[in-house]
Design a protein around this ligand. Structure first.
Ligand SMILES: *Cc1c(COP(=O)(O)O)cnc(C)c1O
Length: 382
């Protein structure tokens, strides 16, 4: 099946009892057994629930692999991966991570004896130079949030595995989605999503996903999810499944609108830097072009007036763009990373990587492009 068919049919079958085309919302915790231990594959919904199974099969299909897991949030999916490690193990991660991921690594897992090194994953050698005997996991985001840096998944996977084939490569694929980029085909071992964002696509749920192709790895992750209990509920599983059916159509429009807005901003005299991997002068444009089908709907920029006041005036006055956390929904959002999504990163770290007060992040939605550009133009001239 091609991708645009997998989003709709991948891993799905009609419900047996009635032929229902959509999987029912199995709002149940437990399942009748005919004799102790004799059941139809479902015992207790923390282990498995049929609506969640339908979604997990779809997750696996869209990332072109065999095993998918649906979590109660993106962060609980990351938490599950980190719990495969032991005290003393080392993780190499990008230096421009989602704020909550950085917070979890440094404020939760360091306490349990995991060590983290944060490197600029723009350069493959920054990652390989950080590999030590204790390295067990490389955690990549590409494009990064919010500076839209690009990491070469294939080259990093190859170079790291050449040093030690047992090091796992995990990619947070939230920004790109499998429509644009499929890390498991590029040598990664684990794909993670905040399904809250593009997969769900309608800003109506919080959910995480893991996808893997290796059976042993899948068993380990399933055990941790089952033992820890961070599962997605059946109603959310249903909503995510419904959202994914239009992922390819939505992404096509997100990409079109994102490109138009990046170009509009680049040519506006009141705008300074624009961060968008689709620009030829983006430092890793070639890598983006190689590993992504298109460049997505996320665009960050700075006004030419770099003051906090100028940024706030912009953020408070857009009308079609809503000032809110999150991204990846059908509606356009505007965000101030320094005070919102990335507030959990210490100020000195934030400034070092460029998440300063002047930075504004857009999640470009799928509204009419003229309304979106008019909104930005009007706000820029206030
Ligand atoms: C939102 C987000 C997360 C965290 O996911 P939640 O669903 O909010 O727990 C992780 N990574 C990225 C890139 C995100 O945007």
């Amino acid at each position: 099946m091609n991708f645009n068919t997998k989003t709709i049919h991948g891993g799905q079958k009609h419900e047996e009892a009635t032929g229902s085309v959509m999987p029912p919302i199995f709002q149940t915790s437990t399942y009748a057994q005919s004799s102790p231990g004799q059941h139809k594959g479902y015992e207790y919904s923390r282990a498995a629930n049929p609506t969640r199974t339908a979604l997990e099969n779809n997750f696996a299909a869209i990332e072109n692999c065999t095993h998918g897991f649906a979590f109660s949030s993106g962060l609980s999916a990351i938490d599950c991966v980190l719990k495969m490690l032991s005290s003393g193990d080392e993780v190499i991660a990008g230096d421009d991570l989602y704020g909550g991921t950085y917070r979890m690594f440094t404020r939760m897992f360091e306490k349990y004896g995991l060590n983290f090194q944060f490197v600029d994953t723009n350069e493959v050698t920054n990652v390989t130079n950080a590999v030590s005997q204790s390295t067990k996991l490389v955690w990549l985001e590409t494009p990064t949030n919010p500076l839209m840096k690009i990491a070469d998944i294939e080259k990093i996977s190859e170079a790291v595995k050449a040093k030690d084939p047992n090091i796992l490569i995990a990619v947070d694929n939230t920004f790109a989605t499998p429509y644009l980029q499929q890390p498991l085909n590029l040598g990664a071992d684990i794909v993670m999503h905040s399904a809250t964002k593009y997969l769900g696509g309608h800003s109506d749920l919080v959910m995480g996903a893991l996808m893997v192709k290796d059976k042993n790895l899948a068993e380990k992750l399933h055990f941790i999810q089952f033992a820890g209990g961070a599962i997605a509920g059946p109603m959310d599983a249903f909503l995510a499944l419904r959202g994914i059916k239009t992922l390819h159509v939505r992404m096509q429009r997100h990409c079109e609108n994102g490109r138009a807005i990046a170009e509009f901003l680049k040519n506006h005299h009141k705008v300074g830097e624009v961060y968008y991997p689709g620009f030829k002068d983006h430092p890793n444009h070639k890598v983006a072009k190689k590993q992504m089908r298109d460049f997505g709907g996320m665009v960050s920029f700075r006004l030419s007036d770099k003051s906090r006041e100028a940024a706030f005036k912009f953020l408070e006055n857009t009308r079609v763009f809503t000032l809110a956390e999150s991204l990846g929904g059908v509606e356009s959002l505007v965000n101030h990373p320094a005070t919102m999504t990335h507030a959990s990163i210490p100020e000195t770290e934030r400034i070092k990587i460029g998440v300063t007060d002047s930075l504004i992040r857009l999640s470009v939605g799928i509204e009419d492009i003229n309304d979106l550009i008019d909104d930005l133009r009007r706000t820029l001239t206030l």
